[in-house]
Design a protein around this ligand. Sequence first.
Ligand SMILES: Cc1cc2nc3c(=O)[nH]c(=O)nc-3n(C[C@H](O)[C@H](O)[C@H](O)COP(=O)(O)O)c2cc1C
Length: 342
Amino acid sequence: METGRFRHLPGRNFSLKIGALTLPNPVFAAPMAGITDKAYRILARRAGCGFVSTEMVSSEAILHGNRKAAGLFDLEGEPEPVGVQIFGSDPGKMAEAARVAASRGAALVDLNMGCPTPKIVKNGEGCALMRDLPRAAAIIRAVREAVSVPVTVKMRKGWDAREVTAPELAALAEENGADAVAVHGRTRDQFYGGKADREIIRLVRRAVHIPVIGNGDIFSPQDALRMLEETGCDAVMIGRGALGNPWLFRRTVHFLATGELLPPPAPAERIGLALSHLDLFLSFKGEKTLPQMRKHLTWYLKGLPGAAQKRAAINAARTPDEVRALLLAYLKEMSLSSLSPL
Ligand SMILES: Cc1cc2nc3c(=O)[nH]c(=O)nc-3n(C[C@H](O)[C@H](O)[C@H](O)COP(=O)(O)O)c2cc1C
């Protein structure tokens, strides 16, 4: 049985302050490109997650009035607060983009200093800023001066094993007015390989006074508790663990608040939510975007009896109605199989 300091939380204030923003709990949804769109964010919030933000949006694209970029931070019709994450390497443009995001309802502006993708880092953006600390500091300062909403910085452990700059960047972030930092415990050259390092998050925690959000490899409520206990961080951020599994937010919040582990969702619940996610997704993006939704469906069904066959049928289906019919039939099958015999 897991125990820990978070067991004393029931009855205490479980909320977290990031600047002037008070969040109901310390469990964040990690920004993920191509995934954390409006439908995902709404479902994550319904599942009890304390804070959601958009995927990274290019500051240059925001300033050029690019339609796709504008769509990425269209926050219309979703519950507040929502953060907007921006990336770029020019302090003035980042400040201007932050101002645009705040004027469109961003409750917080998060600065991406962790993206490892070659096409981003070759422009001096994302994780490349972890090896250009004066520029990183200038960006944070410029954004801080440009907006009144909280400003946060999301970073990795560093560039590689020789350039582990997270504690230094976090201290610079605090000095230049950031309200919190999120740290993914991998270096840029690890991408998503190996294990996320929790020790670096402990070192960042010791380097600053602002809240630190620990991120990397949280796949269960117990992983979240370990992250909080071992690093002393103030909040956790969950990315891949919640794919097709938004229940992880509720189960984690509940576990941290009470020490009680809720059971994972039943197969029928998973299929039911896949259907709701499909409808929400298509209602925002249009029926033609079905192909972009398939990955979510695969994640929801992963590990269920007969999932491989169902996935193949769903991938072969041409229209949203065909997919709905397949999911409904599967839901019926799973609901019947879960009834106990008399
Ligand atoms: C498909 C995918 C897209 C991502 N996109 C972003 C992004 O837009 N901005 C960002 O800061 N991090 C992004 N990340 C990194 C995650 O936010 C997170 O730091 C990382 O996945 C580690 O957390 P996890 O182990 O809980 O998944 C992305 C990760 C994945 C898997």
